[in-house]
Design a protein around this ligand. Sequence first.
Ligand code: 4AD
Length: 549
Amino acid sequence: MSVYTSQKQGCDETGDGSSSKPYKTALKALLSISGDEAVTIYVDNQGDDSGDKPFVEISASQKKKQMKLYQAEVRKGKAREQKEAEDAQRREEVLQEASKISISEDQSLEKAVEIKLRDCTEYRDKRIKAYGWVHNLRRQGKSIMFIVLRDGTGYLQCVLSDKLCQTVDAIQLQTEATVIVYGIISKVPEGQHAPGGHELICDYWEVVGHSPGGGIESVVTEKSDVDLQLRQKHLVIRWDEHSKVLKLRSAITFCFRQHYFDSGYVEVTPPTLVKTQCEGGSTLFSFDYFGEQAYLTQSSQLYLETVLPSIGDTFCMAQSYRAEKAKTRRHLSEFTHVEAECPFITFEGLLERLEDLVCGVCERILKSPYKDMLLEVNPDFKVPKRPFKRMLYSDAIQWLKDHDIKNEETGEFYEFGEDIPEAPERKMTDAINEPIFLCKFPAGIKAFYMLRSADDDRLTDSVDLLMPNVGEIIGGSMREYRLDVLMEGYKREEIDPTPYYWYTDQRKFGTSKSGGYGLGLERFLTWMLNKPHIRDVCLYPRFRERIDP
Ligand code: 4AD
């Protein structure tokens, strides 16, 4: 019998000792054959350059050395097994002892009021009942145990003493287990600290569900690589910083809705399974819809335009999808798209509405109960100054030339008519370091529905809002209101107008000079919370090669 090892290609974890899947070390080989001297161990043939004879038998001196290591390892293993057996025995005895202890709620006590942990102040010096997860756990000797309870709304330090921390449940308790605690709540004395600032002297408690030993940290820690953190995101979101991001996202979403409702917009919910594209075929996700080809929507804009004659100014906050191949700091395959559409406005009016939206949402969050949380996450946050800098696309092309920023692939300067990609756009935005309305892009690089500028037919009345650290967070434009020019747009983009009949009808049944925009909620949050990567503001981010959890 033979077993193969290779320092070059072997692996102790995934190898099986065959010549095609060798182990890495001779020690691993010996462990796999329980030190059987009759088995031949093969190692890399250092002298073989041709690759014809990649393995040679291990030398006698090497084998002797490895055998000693193997015997030491076996001794260590035996000692480990013995210690484990002793520990198990001790645990069993402790559990036996603990099983004799039972606790029950003292019915003569004041009836406990069930509370959420955010309301601790209101219930000081009262007997309460609270549910939550064990965020932290500290045992002090046999008769004191401190639990920091977390219920998503706050934290509460609970002190369990005597019998309460000697039951089987108490001994088996681990972080992330769920419990119900009962007792009197009070403010922690001056000079002492506890998360949330309150302490519960527990008089009774119950376990709802236990958790594995070591809690979340046994699976993933803040030092784990990004991929593992993303795969375990369902646990990672229990960490404080992630919980803050989820809460701020909810509060900021609410501010967007408040802004629109206070400005008289009506919200709609357009479908996201569609027959038409909006932003070019290269980023379309297609699927089979009961035998018919359909797509996941790239933008709800075209549907929003159809409701203008029915309800006036309108907005939606729906999911949009882009089959983005590139993995960048700002691209997702699924994102929340805040889109609005307004009839009878001018291009300048559209820009003012964008300033109102961005600054309005910032002002609202700073007036909300979430102000402190936002400033904890991004201490430098400030409402941007109005008016935002206006810059023409053609001036941006010149700015890149003036600052010697070239296309890295071709080594040439960017010329009028070319798309300005993410990298140069970021360099410019970060150098200027304030919000920029980049306006009037050439028709050739923009979508079929954008209005041609009255003063220069090569251009469109379009705008991207660029923010420092993120780049583009909004794309918008005036809409082409002339039927014939719209039809040319379809042709230029090689789009069959047939499935767009309902959109084209908007230009036949009373057209209007309207404008609108789409804001990527995650890009806005990346900017507002000053996060390094767009995935940091998503619950379960979707990008290439990431579809779970
Ligand atoms: O500039 P875009 O492609 O414009 C539209 O979709 C228009 N139809 C919107 C409209 O006028 N109603 O996308 C608008 C915004 C971008 O500025 C960006 O913030 C966000 O949507 N966005 C993305 N966010 C994350 N990942 C992606 N792959 C995104 N693609 C666009």
